[in-house]
Structure formats: structure tokens, C-alpha cells
Ligand binder design. Structure first.
Ligand code: AMP
Ligand code: GLY
Length: 433
């Protein structure tokens, strides 16, 4: 089987690597991939949906696996299916579960999936009046896609008003903030819960802990994720049953009943466990990044088999097996760097998730020799003069594997300490329980 993975970051590297080690797969192509992925997997520079379609046709691939949300919400699955190309991922209509937070929250309310108290607003003044009225701390969320940064967790009214101004007036995420969801801030245990689904059955994946905040002890702004580990201490049959019964199954069935469209692919439930209730904070239509980097390596069943079961509507959770090894992913991001213009220093960039510099040479990769330490590349590029250079805020993921969480985390940290680029910054508390 020949597989095309559509992605350009660490998650795409992990997916492509999984297929590369899959006995049912002969060849893997990643599009567009990046210069780090290209060190071990063939990458092709197809970026638009049409270019991806052309590539899939030209290469006669047997399967396409879509990594990120943007092509899904644009409808790349519809485009590929029209040409009868087998693809893993929900169709455009079903991708609204991530494309509009307001839609999903309203659906959850309608069908009884637990969500925090919320309201939806299109008028900034009405949004502020609501914040003043409810009194409790809230989270202000841009309705549309905002690269995982569209939710602003607020401690008091002042912060919440400021969040409304940034999203709705300054429009920092453009049209994504035209509408906002304001919801009660919950306090509990946050986990990322993923399932495979063929539209009828679900197969839960193991649980990963993501670290969303930029700095140690969960301080700083929300990011796309600064690290992750799996297994999670709460993982197991009991949690699977609870989440599948209360959240995943009702959402998939409720969506199909309402829209007459099946949801197929991967569903990511961002949950807050408060006592015994799993509240859905967000639904995403894809694997998480960095969660994929610690979950996929635990997959013992070939991903190609699962993909075909999803496509053919014959998925069975009995057939999906996972290892009990621990994986810990520490993300190397670009922190504070000098802002240089016309050869002169113009002050400082604060670094990811704020503004950051690009093009810094990456060194020390070759010194990470431990076979239990794997690097998945995210924001990297190649320069003819400098070799591998940084090209994004999250640059690479260093993933350690161990029999215990402690061992996995030690291996990841020993690996990342050998890597250098200007401004490198990573959290020191990933996997520290
Ligand atoms: P979201 O984009 O909805 O996933 O939110 C991003 C992050 O904000 C989540 O992973 C949580 O850490 C936090 N968050 C979102 N909604 C809530 C909530 N209702 N209560 C507390 N934290 C939340
Ligand atoms: N790690 C969070 C996300 O992928 O959205």
C-alpha cells in the first residue's frame, strides 16, 4: 500500500513514521512535510488542496491521511472522495465540530453532552454585559479556527473584557473572533481523549496529558502544546466507558441525526473531569499535536488496517491494541531572540506563542544517539548555507520511551539538552507528576 500523509509538523512526522513502520505499507509520502521529516520520509511540496489531489492521483496512492484541521474544514476529504481516493478524516460538513465552537457547544446542549455553562455572542457589548452578569470566572473563545490559541482563560472580569476586545474588536484572529463563546471556567483534571470512528463504532485511544501553557507550572499563555506524555494515570476501561457513553458516542450519533452526515475519522475530545463528569471543553476533528507523538508510538495494530476499517465502516475496538510503554514528548520552541532589521538590533521578540525570529541553525541532533529517543520535526527548514534551521515557533519534539514515566522523561530531557538553536526554550516540568 502507498500512503500519503498531509501535514507539515511534528504530528505529521509521527503519523508518517507510524506508516513507515507498518508492515502493510510499502511507501509513504508526506506533503508538504518539512526538511526534518525529509531526512527519513519522502516529502513533496504540495500545499493547496488541489495540489494534494493532483499528487495523490499522480502517485496513485491507496490511502490519504489528513493531519491538520484546516484542510479538513476546507473540505479536502470531499475533494478526494469525489475522485474515489480513500481518505481518513471527516468530510467538510462534519469538520464543523472543530470549525465552529459555537455550533458544537449548542449541539452538546441540545443532545445532553456535558459542557460548561455558556452563551454565544456576536456583539462585544452584549458579551461584556453577560460577563458582568454571571460573576464567575470565564473562558472567552473565538468561534473559528485560531491554531489552538483562540481560547483565553480569564481570572476576573477585567481580563475577560480585555479578551473580548482582543478577539472581537482588534480581531487578532480575524474572522474567527467575529462570534465568541463565553463559558464558565471549570477546575478539574484536563485530559485529551481521542477515538477512531467509522461513523457507527468507536475505538478509543490511550489517554495523553498535554501541556498547553507556555511556561512551567502551567503559567503563561496557551500554546498549541509544549509537551505531552502517555499513558495517563486515569487511562483504562472505566474512563473509556465513561467518555464514550457520555461524550463521544452521543456526539457522533447526535451529529449524524441532526445533519444526516456521518462523522468518520478521528475525534479529539478535550475534556475537563470534574468529579465524575467529563465536560467537553472542545472537540477537534484530528489528532492532537503533541499528543499524536506520544500516542501513536503505542499503537501495535497497523495504522493502515485501522484506516481501512474506518473507511470501509468495519471498525472494531477489539482489534486495536496498544502497548503499555511510556512516551514523553518535550517540545523545543523558540523563546526570546533579538529582532534584527537591516543588520541592526531592534529590540527583542518575546518568543512562542508570541512573535519569534526564524532561520536559526539547529545543531546537536546527531548527538542524540539513544534509540529510545526519537525526534519529530515541526517548524524546520533547510538552508543551503546553514543546514537545518528553525522555521516556526515549535521547532521539534524530543520523545523519550521508557518502562516508566520517569524513565521516558529522563530520556527525553537527556536528548533535548544536546540540541541547540538560538533562543531554544522548553518546559522543564513535562511528565513531572
Ligand atoms: P479550547 O480551545 O476550547 O480547547 O481551550 C484551550 C484550553 O483552554 C483548554 O485546553 C483548557 O486548558 C482551557 N479551557 C478551555 N475551556 C475551559 C473551561 N471551560 N474551563 C477551564 N479551562 C478551559
Ligand atoms: N495539543 C492541542 C492540539 O493539538 O490542539
Amino acid at each position: 500500500m502507498k500512503v500519503l500523509v498531509v501535514d507539515s509538523g511534528g504530528r505529521g512526522h509521527a503519523i508518517a513514521w507510524q506508516f513507515q513502520n507498518d508492515p502493510g505499507v510499502k511507501e509513504v509520502i508526506c506533503a508538504p512535510g518539512n526538511a526534518g521529516i525529509a531526512l527519513e520520509i519522502r516529502c513533496e511540496n504540495a500545499r493547496t488542496d488541489e495540489e494534494i489531489l493532483e499528487l495523490a492521483k499522480k502517485e496513485k496512492v491507496d490511502l490519504v491521511f489528513i493531519g491538520p484541521e484546516s484542510p479538513l474544514t476546507r473540505g479536502i476529504v470531499n475533494l478526494l472522495l469525489e475522485e474515489k481516493i480513500p481518505v481518513v478524516g471527516p468530510v467538510k460538513r462534519a469538520s464543523i465540530l472543530e470549525g465552529s465552537k459555537a455550533y458544537t457547544k449548542l449541539l452538546c446542549r441540545e443532545i445532553g453532552v456535558p459542557v460548561a455553562e455558556f452563551e454565544v455572542f456576536e456583539d462585544p457589548q452584549k458579551a461584556k454585559d453577560y460577563i458582568a452578569y454571571v460573576k464567575y470566572p470565564v473562558v472567552v473563545k473565538a468561534d473559528g479556527l485560531a491554531q489552538g490559541k483562540g481560547s483565553i482563560v480569564c481570572s476576573d472580569e477585567k481580563e475577560a473584557y480585555h479578551a473580548i476586545d482582543r478577539l472581537m474588536v482588534e480581531k487578532i484572529f480575524d474572522e474567527a473572533g467575529q462570534k465568541v463563546v463565553i463559558e464558565k471556567r471549570l477546575f478539574g483534571i484536563e485530559i485529551s481523549f481521542f477515538i477512531f470512528t467509522d461513523g457507527e463504532s468507536i475505538a478509543p485511544m490511550p489517554v495523553a496529558q498535554d501541556y498547553k501553557r507556555a511556561y512551567d507550572n502551567d503559567e503563561g499563555l496557551n500554546t498549541g502544546g509544549m509537551g505531552a506524555y502517555s499513558p495517563h494515570r486515569l487511562e483504562g476501561e472505566k474512563l473509556n466507558r465513561l467518555v464514550c457513553e457520555k461524550v463521544a458516542m452521543p456526539l457522533i450519533r447526535g451529529f449524524a441525526e441532526k445533519e444526516g452526515v456521518q462523522y468518520k475519522g478521528i475525534l479529539y475530545c478535550g475534556l475537563m473531569l470534574v468529579e465524575d463528569t467529563p465536560y467537553l471543553l472542545e472537540a477537534n476533528v484530528r489528532l492532537g499535536d503533541p499528543e499524536a507523538e506520544v500516542i501513536l508510538p503505542r499503537l501495535k495494530t497497523p495504522l493502515s488496517d485501522i484506516s481501512l476499517q474506518i473507511i470501509n465502516g468495519v471498525l472494531s475496538d477489539k482489534k486495536v491494541e496498544w502497548s503499555q510503554d511510556y512516551y514523553c514528548d518535550v517540545v523545543a520552541a523558540v523563546g526570546r531572540t533579538r529582532q534584527i532589521k537591516d543588520g541592526k538590533s531592534k529590540g527583542w521578540y518575546h518568543g512562542y506563542p508570541g512573535r519569534y525570529g526564524k532561520g536559526y541553525p539547529i545543531s546537536g541532533i546527531e548527538n542524540v544517539e539513544n534509540p529510545a529517543c526519537k525526534i519529530f520535526f515541526a517548524g524546520v527548514n533547510n538552508s543551503p548555507e546553514k543546514g537545518l534551521i528553525t522555521d516556526g515557533g515549535r521547532v521539534l519534539h524530543v520523545v523519550g520511551k521508557g518502562k516508566t514515566l520517569q524513565e521516558a522523561r529522563d530520556i527525553a530531557y537527556r536528548g533535548i539538552e544536546k540540541i541547540h538553536f538560538e533562543g531554544i526554550r522548553y518546559r522543564k516540568d513535562i511528565g513531572k507528576e
